[in-house]
Design a protein around this ligand. Structure first.
Ligand code: ADP
Ligand code: MG
Length: 291
């Protein structure tokens, strides 16, 4: 694109609520034929709320929330924020216990030491057998298309927290319109298969990859590109940063993490998914008429 065309498009992009990093972003956007969507915080608002707390016999639900809230305090993940908000409310303004050795593993969960115990909150570990009550809680959450995380104390599962999220109002129309432009939508998420399928069905996406690690997201993008596809990735999280950087075009949600925005070529300032569609239409028009 000529500098003039880029400036015109940049101004138009700003009107649409799309921030462009450079002129190449437009040229790449124009040729995109596949869009890989993240789920939590991207197709959904990421504004999660705690819906259920389940504890193993002999453990108080208040204790589950206190420990989980403490460890999630340092997390910027929507799941972590929901848990902290609920823990604060349950603690009735008592401060949450302090944490040492906090660690966040993108796509997995968080851990830290509380009251001399090692606490982990995150994705159910494969191969770890859960007590019946907790297993049932996971099943209930899954049936309701919610995300459930396990709380472990000294590696023993003691509770399950279920969090619910809402679909972004613009997601369904954006997916439909991208398809009409000949662009194939794919859902790739770190969340479980049931929650992934529920969201995919509601927005009309057929190809779904669930329980994908951050590195796995990058692998999927690389494979699609090797097949000759021109791939855009849309995401918000630290777990999406590598995939955003490995795509032909990275698109970050404006309310996303600094890691995602830093790795992206385009930022959706207003978090309106239809701005992507408008931007694709814009590039297809602008670059053919002004040259
Ligand atoms: P998505 O790809 O849908 O944005 P993520 O990759 O961010 O999902 O997270 C995948 C899974 O990892 C979550 O469903 C959850 O089980 C776990 N997880 C990630 N971060 C956290 C956290 N801060 N607290 C608890 N669980 C987490
Ligand atoms: Mg996300």
């Amino acid at each position: 694109a000529t500098p003039t065309a880029f400036m015109a498009a940049t101004g138009r992009g700003a009107q649409l609520g799309v921030l462009l990093r450079g002129p190449e972003a437009l040229e790449r956007l124009r040729h995109i034929d596949t869009v890989v969507f993240d789920k939590t915080g991207t197709l959904t608002t990421g504004r999660m709320a705690l819906t259920e707390t389940t504890a193993t016999p002999g453990v108080d639900t208040a204790e589950i929330l206190r420990l989980a809230g403490a460890v999630e305090y340092g997390s910027e993940h929507p799941i972590g924020r929901a848990i902290v908000a609920a823990a604060r409310q349950a603690a009735d303004d008592d401060p949450l216990p302090s944490v040492t050795g906090f660690r966040a593993v993108p796509g997995v969960g968080v851990s830290g030491d509380v009251d001399g115990c090692q606490v982990f909150v995150g994705r159910p570990r494969e191969g770890v057998r859960l007590p019946d009550g907790l297993r049932q809680a996971l099943g209930r959450a899954e049936d309701a298309a919610r995300t459930a995380v396990v709380v472990e104390k000294d590696r023993r599962p003691i509770g399950v927290l279920a969090v619910g999220d809402t679909l972004r109002p613009s997601s369904e129309a954006a997916v439909r319109q991208l398809r009409a432009l000949g662009i194939e939508p794919i859902l790739v998420t770190g969340d479980g298969p049931a929650a992934a399928r529920a969201v995919a069905e509601r927005v009309g996406i057929e190809e779904v990859h669930a329980q994908v690690t951050p590195e796995g997201k990058t692998d999927i993008v690389t494979k699609l590109r090797e097949e000759g596809r021109r791939v855009a990735v849309i995401g918000d999280g630290v777990n999406d940063a590598a995939a955003l950087a490995s795509a032909d075009l990275g698109i970050a949600m404006g309310g996303g993490t600094d890691a995602a925005i830093g790795a992206a070529d385009i930022t959706l300032v207003r978090e309106d998914m239809q701005a992507v569609v408008a931007a694709v239409r814009l590039t297809r028009r602008t670059l053919t008429t002004i040259r």
